[in-house]
Structure formats: structure tokens, C-alpha cells
Design a protein around this ligand. Structure first.
Ligand SMILES: Cc1cc2nc3c(=O)[nH]c(=O)nc-3n(C[C@H](O)[C@H](O)[C@H](O)COP(=O)(O)OP(=O)(O)OC[C@H]3O[C@@H](n4cnc5c(N)ncnc54)[C@H](O)[C@@H]3O)c2cc1C
Length: 443
């Protein structure tokens, strides 16, 4: 099952001998970090085991939203929105970003209350967001057959094209001097006197004084080699896209049974609004206790299953030597099989709500493995145990929109500059310093 077609980025042929910073992972977070660093005159090599943006960063819905964010992420997302607005001009390439607005419908009065309350988190940022009553919703979507109690409408939200955005940012980083190395898995790090002194890739070593691990779903495995316990699991999300069609909504819309976003090609990316599949794997048991609060929160939206993934993960070595192939070389691209019944059901619900989809033709289905943390917010942090080592991962299903902001924050931390927002909530040590680690509920 091939994933979506991603704008190809041809990797550099030569491996640099030494750089200031090596970024591991060519998703939206890795490329954004590389761009920020390269723009500030830092020498960077970005190593990606497959191709740029082949995993989550090209498979997502393409929503760029501050609405319904965990309040702990709102300041960073406000910064990310500022970056997106000027990004195409800054990098000289299209990312498909458009400030087209996002609407979250409220099926119940409780949702109306929760979303109304949530809006207070936007007040300091002067970002407009308002509740629509059922009449206003009908006026905005006269053709819709959808009974709602209300809806949260945020005009400042928008969309970008996941198959174009990270490749465009990677090319811009290269324009500014970064080396972009594809099919170049990083097997591990090297230290001298306890500090980072380089990385070992499948193509040889690169000396450096800092490393940023932006490894998405692979970050737990990588960290584990160094005794760093990053609690991270994955869920499978399934998506379809339609061929171009007329008369659908301009705004991205979330409803209980579907979520949709208009694409630049005139088609729509459609998924189920609330259901994901969780494969039970050895790490599910290892982290069961830590994920308990998150499980309680999302219990109704998770379909657990026991599949071949259990054996696959059980067989994956957790320790390996750096002079032989690492697990990252055995899987260049995570390309999980989508659950077509789920996406087709979502299209059915979409058609019931928006008759314009009656003749929608499905162009493609794909799956994506989302990496999640127990509190559903990322880690963007220096790692105290290994000076020079940094982690930017665990974006928990909403890292595409915030990715450019995360790259800026990570670059600030690496360069020891005043961070663009307070990074305390994203520290790695929250998993070990006795903090309560749980999602914030009620939105
Ligand atoms: C179906 C779906 C829908 C989503 N919808 C949205 C949405 O609408 N809006 C939103 O904001 N977010 C959304 N997300 C989440 C978003 O896509 C992710 O949070 C984001 O893309 C994560 O980016 P990343 O760079 O951290 O990880 P990734 O994009 O997964 O990139 C990590 C990269 O690291 C590489 N790598 C790992 N280990 C190594 C190694 N040792 N050496 C070299 N390379 C390595 C991998 O190959 C991979 O390419 C969605 C996700 C999915 C799957």
C-alpha cells in the first residue's frame, strides 16, 4: 500500500566530516529545526533513514490549527501560526498554506460548554475564534445536513499540503547551507567525556557537538539504546483522499464521524473524526501505567487489536552495535495498512452531511503511525544525562501545524538562546522528576 506521493527531495551525495549540529529525522520537525539553525549560520547535517517526509509528516490531514489545542501548547502554536503566514515567502517555495479557517462542530451541549471555556486560552494572543450557534452554522454551510448544538470557528486556523511542506522546508534549509542526507540512518551517537562528539550513520561518522533527535515514532527505540526511557506508543490512523470535486466546504471541518480538509488539487482529505487503531505491542505493557490517564480520556475512540505488530516489535533488537545495520535500516518507511472500512464509513457520513460528496471518487487510501506521549504534548528538550543531545518528538497527532514553531524552539535551545516560548512544559525530565504526566481533559 504506497503512501501519498511526496515531492521528492534528492539527498546530497557527500557526507560532511564535521558539522555543528546533526538533526536525525526528515519530518516537519527535523526539517524546521535544520532550517532555523542553518538560517542562523550554524552548520547542520540532517540525516533521514528513508526520504524526506515519508512518514507522519506527509500522511497527516494537513490541519494547521490552534483551536482545541492543549493549553500548554497554545503559546508555541501561536508562534507557529506566525511562521506559517510568512513561510512561503521566506523559503521561496509553496507549502500550500492557506488561512482558510477550521470548524469544530459540537454534537452535544457539553461540547458547546467545553469549547466556549477553551476560548479563554486564546485571549492573550488576540487570535479570533468564536462560537457559532446552530443558525450561524447553517448560514455558513447552507447546504449541510448536520444537526449541531453549536460550533467553534477559528478563522486564523488553516491548512497546508503535507506532501509538499516538509520537502519545501528541507530544500530551503539546503539553500542556506544544510546537508540533506536521505537513505542515511543514524545508528547511534558518539560521546567524548560524556558529551556528544558525533553520530554514526550507515554511511560513516559525522563529528558534531550537538544532536537533535526528531525521529517521530522511532524515538523511543533510539533513546532506549542510551538508557533514556522516553514513554512513547503509536496509534494507527487511516485517511483517504478524493479526486477533485465541486461544492464542498472551504473550511476544514471536524464532526464526530468525519473530518475533512480541502486540498490544493481540489480534492478532499477525509478521515474518521474520532477513531484510531491501537496495536497491542510489548511497549503497551511496559508503558500501560503511564498511559492510563490518556487511556481513560480517549477510551471510546481507541480500537485495540492484537496483530503481527506484536511479534514484529518483540523481534526488533533494543540494543545493537554501531558497526552493523541498525533496526532503522530494516524499515526505511513506516507504511501501515489503512483501515478502509473506517475511512469509507467517514466518507459515507461526510456525504450524508454534505451532499456535494455524493459522487466523490476515492483516489487513494493510506495509513500513518502517530507517535504519542502519555500527556499528549511533545518533548522539545535538551537531555541532561548526555550534554549536547536533544529530543524533539512525541507530537501526539498534532505536530504538523506546530512543527515550524517546534523547530524554532529547538534551535533556540540548541543554541542556548532565549527561547521563543517557555519550554518547561516540554522538558524530557517531566517523565522522571515526579511531575503528574497526563493529558488536560475537557476540550
Ligand atoms: C493520519 C494522520 C493525521 C494527522 N493529522 C494532523 C493534522 O491535521 N495536523 C497536525 O498538526 N498534525 C497531524 N498529524 C500529526 C503529524 O503528522 C505529526 O505529529 C508530525 O508529522 C510529526 O512530525 P515529526 O517530524 O516529529 O515525525 P515524522 O514525520 O514521523 O518524521 C520522523 C522521521 O525520522 C526518521 N527517523 C527516525 N529514526 C531515524 C534514524 N535513526 N535515522 C534517520 N532517520 C530517522 C523517520 O524515517 C521519519 O521520516 C497527523 C498524523 C497522522 C498520521
Amino acid at each position: 500500500m504506497p503512501g501519498p506521493f511526496v515531492t521528492p527531495v534528492h539527498g546530497d551525495l557527500d557526507l560532511p566530516e564535521a558539522v555543528d549540529v546533526v538533526v536525525i529525522g526528515g519530518g516537519i520537525v527535523g526539517v524546521s529545526t535544520a532550517l532555523e539553525l542553518a538560517e542562523r549560520g550554524v552548520s547542520v547535517a540532517l540525516c533521514e533513514k528513508g526520504g524526506i517526509a515519508q512518514e507522519q509528516s506527509s500522511r497527516n490531514w494537513g490541519w494547521v490549527r490552534i483551536s482545541r489545542r492543549d493549553p500548554r501548547e497554545v503559546p508555541l502554536m501561536a508562534e507557529a501560526l506566525r511562521i506559517w503566514r510568512d513561510l512561503d515567502r521566506r523559503i521561496g517555495r509553496p507549502t500550500g498554506y492557506a488561512r482558510s479557517g477550521i470548524v469544530f462542530t459540537c454534537p452535544t451541549d457539553k461540547d458547546v460548554e467545553n469549547y466556549t471555556n477553551w476560548q479563554r486560552h486564546l485571549e492573550p494572543w488576540q487570535i479570533a475564534s468564536r462560537m457559532l450557534d446552530p443558525g450561524e452554522f447553517k448560514a455558513m454551510f447552507p447546504e449541510a445536513n448536520l444537526e449541531v448544538k453549536g460550533a467553534l470557528y477559528t478563522p486564523a486556523d488553516g491548512r497546508a499540503e503535507p506532501q509538499r511542506a516538509a520537502p519545501a522546508i528541507a530544500e530551503a534549509a539546503r539553500d542556506r547551507g544544510a546537508s540533506i542526507l536521505t537513505e542515511c540512518a543514524v545508528r547511534g551517537i558518539e560521546t567524548t567525556g560524556g558529551r556528544i562528539s558525533g553520530v554514526v550513520t550507515e554511511r560513516g561518522s559525522i563529528a558534531c557537538s550537538s544532536v537533535v533527535l526528531a525521529g517521530g515514532a522511532w524515538s523511543n527505540l533510539f533513546c532506549g539504546l542510551y538508557g533514556l526511557d522516553l514513554p512513547q506508543l503509536t496509534v494507527l490512523a487511516s485517511v483517504l483522499r478524493t479526486k477533485p470535486l465541486e461544492g464542498g466546504p472551504e473550511q476544514a471541518i471536524w464532526a464526530k464521524d468525519f473530518a475533512c480538509r480541502k486540498r490544493q488539487d481540489g480534492g478532499y482529505t477525509i478521515a474518521c473524526g474520532h477513531e484510531n487503531v491501537v496495536d497491542i505491542v510489548p511497549n503497551s505493557f511496559r508503558y500501560a501505567r503511564r498511559f492510563l490517564p490518556a487511556l481513560r480520556e480517549d477510551w471510546n475512540s481507541l480500537n485495540f487489536r492484537l496483530s503481527w505488530r506484536f511479534l514484529e516489535e518483540a523481534r526488533t533488537p533494543r540494543k545493537w552495535k554501531l558497526d552493523a545495520a541498525s533496526p532503522f535500516e530494516y524499515c526505511r518507511v513506516l507504511d501501515p495498512k489503512p483501515d478502509r472500512r473506517m475511512t469509507e464509513r467517514a466518507l459515507g457520513e461526510m456525504t450524508r452531511a454534505f451532499p456535494a460528496f455524493k459522487n466523490a471518487e476515492i483516489a487513494q487510501h493510506w495509513g500513518g503511525r502517530i507517535d504519542v506521549t502519555p500527556d499528549a504534548i511533545p518533548v522539545i528538550s535538551a537531555i541532561d544525562e548526555i550534554p549536547g543531545f536533544h529530543v524533539a518528538t512525541g507530537f501526539s497527532g498534532h505536530g504538523f501545524g506546530i512543527g515550524p514553531g517546534a523547530g524554532r524552539l529547538m534551535a533556540d535551545i540548541v543554541m542556548n538562546r532565549t527561547p521563543v516560548v517557555d519550554p518547561a512544559e516540554f522538558r524530557f525530565s517531566r517523565f522522571t522528576d515526579g511531575s503528574r504526566v497526563a493529558p488536560i481533559s475537557g476540550f
